[in-house]
Design a protein around this ligand. Structure first.
Ligand SMILES: Cc1cc2nc3c(=O)[nH]c(=O)nc-3n(C[C@H](O)[C@H](O)[C@H](O)COP(=O)(O)OP(=O)(O)OC[C@H]3O[C@@H](n4cnc5c(N)ncnc54)[C@H](O)[C@@H]3O)c2cc1C
Length: 432
């Protein structure tokens, strides 16, 4: 079979790996001039490691991602340090990344609230019945079972941060998935995620996959014999394929293939998602001298972004030529003003709040700033969302779709990109 995969993110590359091993003739068409998609990174000349454009790490429970790395023989390159995640209470930061730390967190009090918090957490870790949970909003379910105090202190800031105007509409299965599939230790790949993506791309090329960069796809059409024509910026070879797997956003699939039936197109376009704006700063000095990695910032605490992540409190600054790498990022609706502000204007908005983390911070600590923006960062799962998930096999024979929006009930992540990519590959092979 002659197969085209659109997108060289983790999902597209995982699908290519399986399809090529099954003997298919696989071409990957990638619009960017690098592989790795949303998990890609960049590197300054004096760094040993790359830094992800959007902060990334793995959990120990990421069995699909780690399973793939094991198969590829690179487990010796996986690192699982133990960084610190902290939460704000009355102006102080408290570690909050294990059951014990959560139980000691003063923000929840030490009476009934903490008991309810504990029971709800335990229930969510133990149950697998996410279908029952998706019938409720997280907002309503948490107020009812965890209580208003715990909800307002813990879960509402998380929902507001991630989903902004949709925070009261997100279903409880999302929260379940988040608590179910996470670990305290956080993992990465030696050299950064981009190192993994580059090694993987090289392995695919060595196996005979034709991986073309700068090959943005413009349209997918059916020809009379049912095969699929893929028009792209790349003019090498005949663009006719027996099967095509698209790994981009639902909105882009709808644009690329307007021949899809109207109901399917509507389903794609009705799916909601949040974008993200992430600033990556190289600083001269360490920002969190306590060595904290991840700061959860409730919006009401007045920070102009959701998450502050000091990457070099996870991977030492020696790997970055002594630079201290800090991310400041937020999930935002497309059209939010942060998408339109210049990088300089964003620096003016973001950096004054660094003084709250470290009063010694001065603007001249900033050596370099990069800002990354994406419209498609976080799918928004509404009540009874399982009914809205487009199947991997589209109504057009030979055309398949595997994206972040379909890994539900799990939350998006490279682990689930690998899972859905490999699931799509199996379906495509079985259809032969
Ligand atoms: C802010 C943020 C933080 C995240 N944190 C984590 C984390 O900590 N851990 C984790 O595991 N995951 C994290 N993720 C999620 C993770 O990045 C994604 O789940 C994963 O990378 C999705 O992979 P994918 O292959 O499905 O899609 P993508 O990575 O989006 O790949 C799709 C590819 O298609 C290409 N493409 C688009 N249009 C075209 C076209 N017309 N023609 C050809 N190619 C095209 C794109 O360039 C891209 O390379 C995060 C994401 C964001 C935004």
């Amino acid at each position: 079979m002659k197969i085209a995969i659109i997108g060289a993110g983790f999902g597209g590359m995982a699908a290519a790996y399986d399809l090529r091993r099954l003997g298919h003739d696989v071409t990957i068409l990638e619009s960017a001039d690098y592989v790795g998609g949303l998990a890609s990174g960049f590197k300054e000349p004096h760094w040993n490691w790359s830094v992800e454009k959007f902060y990334h790490h793995w959990f120990q429970s990421d069995k699909w991602m780690l399973g793939l790395i094991r198969e590829l023989g690179w487990m010796d390159k996986v690192r699982f340090p133990r960084p610190y995640t902290v939460l704000l209470h009355k102006g102080r930061w408290y570690p909050f990344d294990s059951i014990l730390k959560a139980l000691l967190f003063p923000g929840l009090g030490f009476g009934l609230n903490k008991v309810r918090f504990g029971f709800v957490g335990l229930f969510l870790r133990l149950t697998n019945n996410w279908k029952a949970l998706e019938r409720h909003t997280a907002n309503e379910w948490m107020i009812r079972w965890a209580g208003r105090h715990v909800y307002e202190k813990m879960w509402r800031p998380l929902l507001i941060g991630k989903f902004g105007p949709y925070y009261q509409d997100v279903n409880m299965a999302w929260m379940w998935a988040r608590l179910k599939a996470r670990s305290t230790r956080l993992g990465t790949f030696e050299g950064g995620f981009q190192s993994f993506a580059d090694l993987f791309a090289q392995r695919l090329r060595d196996m005979g996959v034709d991986l073309r960069l700068g090959a943005g796809v413009q349209s997918i059409r059916r020809q009379a014999d049912g095969r699929l024509i893929v028009e792209s910026a790349d003019r090498n070879g005949t663009p006719v394929y027996d099967q095509v797997l698209v790994t981009t956003s639902p909105a882009l699939l709808a644009k690329l293939c307007p021949e899809l039936p109207e109901t399917y197109l509507k389903g794609l376009l009705d799916l909601r998602s949040m974008g993200a704006v992430v600033m990556v700063l190289s600083l001269k000095h360490q920002l969190s001298t306590q060595g904290y990695y991840w700061f959860n910032l409730p919006k009401e605490a007045g920070y102009p972004f959701l998450a502050l992540v000091e990457h070099t409190n996870f991977i030492p600054p020696e790997e970055f030529g002594g630079d201290h790498i800090v991310y400041a990022g937020d999930y935002l609706e497309a059209g939010h003003e942060y998408f339109a502000l210049t990088d300089e204007q964003l620096v003016e908005r973001f950096t004054p709040s660094f003084k709250k983390i470290n009063p010694a911070f001065e603007q001249d600590w900033v050596k370099k700033v990069r800002v990354f923006r994406t419209n498609y960062a976080q799918p928004v799962p509404l009540v009874n969302h399982s009914k809205n998930i487009p199947p991997i096999q589209t109504p057009i024979e030979g055309l398949y779709f595997a994206s972040m929006s379909q890994v539900y009930p799990w939350d998006r992540g490279t682990n689930f990109a690998v899972e859905i990519g490999r699931r799509a590959a199996t379906l495509m092979h079985q259809a032969v």
